[in-house]
Design a protein around this ligand. Structure first.
Ligand code: S3P
Length: 427
């Protein structure tokens, strides 16, 4: 797909539902008694993989546009799947489901696409095995496909070496079935949607600093979940409005949970004109409308430390933003970028260099010298949705034509990305 320079972006959009929250609503609904009704569900390929897996595990799920009904069967209601559970491109489905399957009285096999088959699973295999699970990486490389033989689990206190909500959530979900309490301590607090939603469904979950503790065997009850708009999807339009001069846009109903709002903090630190309006709360998650105006005088910043987990998925688009800021932007402590849907340090640096940016890869991030104009190039996405969308936005403020390979991979998290962008483009 080809993209080129845009004139001012104007108008209002509503970005689709949050991916992390959509996954969790399906999973927790399936493990609850009664019906869970999810509105503003993200109909992206990743969340559809979660629905597909739970159907194979015997859960009835009705889908009508972005309204989903889950007929939960309680903690012990899943049945042995007849086929392999296909998780597609979705790390969240693969890792969180592994936690649930570790405690089931049957064997199951999880597999996903080529990217999932290279992503590290040792980070969940180790703690879940400590709890008693039997998980085999079938190619003996600590990646999927995984064969999980469920068993009776024991509670543990796990000190995670990585700040990862997928690792934390996998352990908490296994902890629902353990014989005592289960705790996870992270080096830095990662997104806390599991904790918030498990409580909302009736679980006993206590959070204290970077430690979360769950008590086993709760009576989870089906709930109504209204999914906030995904700040990770809003991020592309936030940056687009900042770098395309004369822009002014309103993005409605965006989730601004403080474990996810790093992009807002960094943009403001760079001098961006962003206002939050209409702040409210939905099932324990804060939301706001974001008013963004293009800002000429952006300046470089350092993105590091505790900020990283709050914006980990936004680092590719923040690297694009840094190209339009005067001075140097340093991204560090972000080695996790190497094990996302692609190696995002590698791909961001390669593609931004091809567009004329002054950018250098480091071991745990990148350094960007802003203020050098970008020009069109052919963009390698390796089917990574966030790379495809980040470079579609870079193209809007670059000379010439930018061709993005395999652009259809945006369907993983944002099937209507192109339509929403078109809405904001002035003709
Ligand atoms: C997610 C957690 C993050 C994030 C991913 C979604 C989640 O991954 O990058 O897109 O829904 O829990 P990690 O847990 O690996 O950091």
């Amino acid at each position: 797909m080809d993209f080129e320079r845009a004139t001012a972006l104007k108008g209002e959009i509503i970005v689709p539902g949050d991916k992390s929250i959509s996954h969790r609503a399906v999973m927790f609904g399936a493990l609850s008694r009664g019906t869970t009704e999810i509105t503003n569900f993200l109909n992206g390929a990743d969340c559809l993989s979660t629905i597909d897996c739970f159907r194979r595990l015997g859960i009835d799920i009705e889908t009508k546009k972005d309204c989903i009904k889950i007929y939960g069967k309680g903690l012990h209601g899943l049945k042995k799947p007849e086929q392999i559970l296909e998780t597609g491109n979705s790390g969240t489905t693969t890792r969180l489901l592994s936690g649930i399957l570790s405690a089931q009285p049957f064997e199951s096999v999880l597999n996903g696409d080529a990217s999932i088959q290279t992503r590290p699973m040792k980070r969940i295999i180790l703690p879940l095995s400590d709890m008693g699970a039997n998980i085999i990486s079938l190619r003996n490389n600590d990646c999927a496909p995984l064969r999980i033989t469920g068993t009776h689990l024991k509670g543990i206190h796990y000190h995670s070496p990585v700040a990862s909500a997928q690792v934390k959530s996998a352990i908490l979900l296994a902890g629902l079935y353990a014989d005592g309490e289960t705790s996870v301590t992270e080096p830095i607090l990662s997104r806390n949607h599991s904790e918030i939603m498990l409580r909302y469904f009736g679980a006993d979950v206590i959070s204290e600093d970077t430690t979360v503790t769950i008590h086993p065997n709760p009576n989870l009850t089906g709930q109504k979940v209204n999914v906030p708009g995904d700040i990770s999807s809003a991020a592309y339009f936030i940056v687009a409005a900042l770098i395309v001069s004369g822009s002014e846009i309103l993005i409605q109903n965006v989730g601004i949970n403080s474990t996810r709002d790093g992009i807002l903090r960094v943009c403001k630190a760079m001098g961006a004109d962003i206002t939050l309006e209409n702040i409210s709360s939905k099932n324990g998650e804060s939301t706001a409308d974001l008013l963004i105006r293009s800002t000429a005088a952006l300046h470089g910043t350092t993105i590091a430390g505790d900020l990283i987990p709050t914006l980990i998925d936004e680092l590719p688009i923040l690297a694009v933003l840094a190209c339009f800021a005067e001075g140097t932007t340093v991204i560090k402590d972000a080695q996790e970028l190497k094990v996302k849907e692609s190696n995002r340090i590698d791909l961001v640096v390669k593609n931004l260099s091809a567009m004329g940016a002054k950018i250098t890869a480091t071991d745990d991030g990148m350094v960007i010298e802003g203020g050098h104009p970008l020009h069109g190039a052919v963009i390698e996405t390796r089917q990574d949705h966030r790379i495809a969308m980040s470079f579609a936005i870079a193209a809007l403020a670059a000379d010439g034509i930018t061709t993005i390979k395999n652009f259809e991979c945006v369907n993983v998290s944002y099937p209507s990305f192109y339509e929403d962008l078109a809405k904001l483009m002035q003709r």
